[in-house]
Design a protein around this ligand. Structure first.
Ligand code: NA7
Length: 540
């Protein structure tokens, strides 16, 4: 407690999701006086919030879980290869309880403003509701997908029935049986919801602005025997993830796209299409990401798969993307998504033909007709990666606002620091590999790096750490170079190009939000920085 009565700590972590939970564990173990401030009433972040039907990992469960504790790995049993949200939340609660982390967490604490005091070399954090905290260091683990975005259709507040964004799907059961449900949005979330509820609702109307490529998740239960095999293999699993560009066990097919015949490539894709998870993407020929002809060929292959699965040929064509190739946006994974459109109670409204005019008390009015609905689900995505920072109102040296510095896109040193904002460390921040690879694998790497830096700083008695501007420039250059090599440099999407969910993000104006150099390269860069004594940082 400071003299003025403000609760003060060495380190404050903002956000108790997957990153914040591991971050507080490391800090407490290292003897720091640290707390986590969490806006929600409980821990879990993404897995606390996203309770919509069908929400589950797209990463293999056993590559998503934490790797830091052998005991935890031995105790936890994943029941499905791609674990659903209720189990994921239980897992995070189990971790927090097992390591007694709750005493270090403060819930219902939404940070509104963070202000740097250069004389005192500390941050002051003001919360919604008026409470105040202070700390030498702040670690933000606010999540890349924590700010949901809603459209701005006229009449949205006049709809008579329930309507909500998927991120705010209520915790209490939602009555679906016999209801006329409208889903707006066909990203990874919309595709999960649509496939899950199609056979549980009366009628389902899907409002699609642009179709998305999507491939089978190929989920399955994990038996006791399989779990025992996975446990025996954990070291190998995590080593494989660390060595692969995407942080998964899937590795690119390095035989060379053009070294095989078209038939051989199709044979390989037949295998990959039936494999679980991101195999079809991360296990594919790397050329599909930068060679237009290679990308066209795989896109044609996936389009044929969609045609095979949708009974009505003209409907199938509407579900095939034309404005971007396969893998050029975040790939949604699905279970019977395309088959849902073969059901009599499911209808697709193509908003490119008949846009939404307004929301009415009774449903949705498009330029074509009125759709009577009992429930509207907005699966309209997020202000991704930088949205959480924009909402924080961070004021650094000389009162400069982070939101202003990042107005046209983020600028960071390795996704952890942004110069002008000393002692502010980001876990899974913009321009790290978190947005572009298997998320929790990158989180562990990031948390370990940040914690080791704080130990280094403590040993030397430093009270101020800031990235040198020239180091930041160099990193942004690398981020841009890695991005510009890829075909997706032209696509819309929350981490590839510009984010079409966010009003104000302009088409053609790319925000370099994520690092696409791959997990091994990123780890090499940050490890070297630590081994060399952090030359890119100004330590005082
Ligand atoms: P996404 O992937 O950003 O998808 C959002 C969807 O909502 C997408 O189909 C958008 O169409 C659509 N959208 C957004 N705004 C509108 C408006 N105003 N009208 C109609 N349709 C709209 O978000 P998700 O939640 O699906 O996925 C985010 C991540 O969550 C996912 O990658 C996982 O990691 C978990 P568009 O394509 O922009 O035309």
């Amino acid at each position: 407690m400071d003299a003025d009565g403000v609760e003060t700590h060495d380190v404050i972590v903002v956000g108790a999701g997957v990153s914040g939970i591991y971050q507080i564990k490391r800090l407490v173990d290292a003897g720091f006086d640290a707390v986590v401030l969490e806006a929600d009433p409980d821990l879990g972040g993404t897995w606390y919030r996203n309770r919509y039907p069908g929400a589950r990992f797209d990463s293999e469960s056993y590559t998503y879980g934490y790797s830091f504790s052998r005991e935890l790995l031995d105790e936890w049993h994943w029941t499905e290869r791609f674990s659903p949200q209720p189990e994921n939340l239980k897992y995070l609660q189990f971790v927090a309880d097992k390591f007694d982390l709750r005493p270090h967490m403060r819930f219902d604490c939404r940070v509104e403003t963070m202000t740097w005091d250069e004389n005192d070399r500390r941050w002051t954090l003001d919360l919604v509701g008026g409470r105040r905290y202070r700390s030498r260091f702040v670690i933000t683990s606010v999540g890349p997908l924590s700010i949901p975005t809603l459209p701005s259709y006229e009449g949205m507040d006049t709809f008579d029935g329930p309507s909500f964004h998927t991120y705010h799907w209520p915790a209490e059961p939602v009555e679906l049986a016999g209801k006329r449900v409208g889903v707006i949005g066909t990203g990874a979330t919309g595709i999960q919801v649509i496939a899950e509820i199609a056979d549980k609702v009366g009628e389902l109307t899907v409002f699609q602005r642009r179709p998305n490529w999507s491939t089978p998740l190929n989920n399955s239960p994990i038996s006791d025997e399989e779990m025992a095999e996975i446990r025996a293999r954990y070291d190998e699993i995590f080593a494989n993830c660390a060595a692969s560009p995407g942080g998964f066990e899937h590795v690119p097919d390095w035989r060379g796209f053009w070294n095989l015949t078209a038939d051989e490539r199709r044979e390989r894709w037949d295998e990959l299409y039936d494999q679980p998870g991101f195999a079809i993407l991360a296990g594919n020929f790397a050329e599909i990401f930068w060679d237009e002809q290679a990308n066209r060929e795989i896109s044609d292959y996936i389009a044929d798969r969609i045609r095979q699965r949708v009974d009505d040929p003209s409907l199938a064509e509407k579900l095939i993307p034309r404005d971007h190739g396969f893998g050029m946006q975040r790939l949604p994974l699905e279970t019977n998504y395309f088959e849902a459109y073969n059901r009599d109670n499911v209808r697709l409204v193509d908003l490119s033909e008949t846009p939404i005019e307004r929301i009415t008390a009774a449903g949705i009015q498009t330029t074509g007709e009125h759709h009577d609905l009992d429930l509207i689900v907005y699966a309209t995505g997020f202000d991704a990666i930088t949205g959480g920072y924009d909402r924080l109102d961070v004021r650094g040296v000389d009162g400069v606002r982070l939101g202003d510095k990042w107005r046209n896109g983020p600028s960071t040193y390795i996704g952890v620091f942004s110069s002008g904002f000393p002692n502010l460390l980001m876990v899974a921040g913009p321009q790290s590999v978190s947005g572009s690879t298997n998320f929790p694998r990158a989180i562990e790497t990031g948390v370990d790096w940040v914690t080791d830096l704080l130990l280094h700083v403590r040993e030397r008695g430093c009270t101020r750490v800031e990235a040198r501007p020239e180091a930041e420039e160099e990193w942004v250059d690398e981020v841009v170079r890695a991005h510009e090599r890829m075909l997706f440099r032209r696509s819309k999407g929350w981490f590839t190009g510009y984010n079409s969910n966010v009003a104000g993000h302009q088409e053609g104006q790319v925000r370099y939000q994520a690092y696409f150099g791959g997990a091994p390269r990123y780890t090499e860069v940050i490890d070297r920085a630590a081994a060399d004594g952090y030359p890119a940082l100004d330590l005082r």
